[in-house]
Design a protein around this ligand. Structure first.
Ligand SMILES: *Cc1c(COP(=O)(O)O)cnc(C)c1O
Length: 225
């Protein structure tokens, strides 16, 4: 299968899953995770209509952004505080706000640049120790604390389900994050607008969309040969 067929197949599957949850394909943002492919492949995907791309390393993101500045770039991987200054103003969205120190650094660098910086809180719903993210019971406090930010803006939540070859086992994880968004979305917090739910990857994106994801991050299924 070629790239074009992969894209069309995934878009059709997103559309079906979106319909199951009463939405349209156009309500879902497909972030093509390009970490395993080169800039040329990213360009091909762009020419075939994809607009959002995700990388999990800052240097790689910068290189690809330089070769395709007209695309929207998403930072989806663990972000070291000393790299934040290189990202601010360049990326559409940081999906991996996973600790308080990082929030402070993003806020500081955003302020210095005179920019608002949108980010998603990464929530470790599954509670695996090796996994990044805030614990589910820390999120509400973080939203309250967001009032003190000058530049950082919270636009929703991101999570990763545990690795599995059985997509259904991710469903409770996705549902829990979607419920959290619904519950906390009833309150109003300064500098917070809970509009995005970034969840679902190659093996479980349909389940994620059925449960309410409006951003999916897909690499392997798109770029496989
Ligand atoms: C690599 C990666 C993805 C994409 O994973 P695939 O299984 O290749 O679709 C999504 N999210 C994050 C954070 C990643 O690092």
């Amino acid at each position: 299968m070629g790239l074009k067929q992969n894209i069309e197949g995934i878009q059709a599957r997103i559309e079906k899953a979106a319909e199951k949850s009463g939405r349209k394909a156009s309500d879902i943002i497909l972030v093509a995770v390009s970490k395993t492919v080169d800039s040329e492949m990213v360009r091909r995907a762009y020419d075939l209509g994809l607009r959002h791309f995700g990388e999990n390393r800052v240097q790689e993101l910068q290189n690809k952004l330089d070769s395709l500045p007209e695309a929207h770039w998403h930072m989806i991987g663990r972000l070291q505080t000393n790299k934040v200054k290189d990202l601010v103003g360049k990326v559409q969205l940081i999906h991996s706000l996973d600790r308080w120190k990082l929030a402070e650094e993003i806020d500081k660098r955003g302020q210095q640049a005179g920019l608002e910086v949108p980010a998603l809180i990464e929530v470790n719903i599954s509670g695996e120790i090796q996994k990044a993210g805030f614990a589910a019971d820390e999120v509400e406090e973080l939203l309250k604390q967001a009032a003190q930010f000058k530049s950082l803006r919270i636009h929703g939540f991101m999570t990763m389900a545990p690795l599995t070859d059985h997509a259904e086992s991710s469903r409770p994880i996705f549902r829990e994050l979607a419920d959290m968004k619904k519950r906390l979305g009833k309150n109003s917090y300064h500098n917070v607008e809970l509009k995005y739910l970034s969840m679902g990857m190659s093996d479980d994106f349909e389940v994620a969309v059925e449960e309410g994801a409006n951003i999916v991050r897909i690499g392997t299924a798109l770029f496989k040969e």
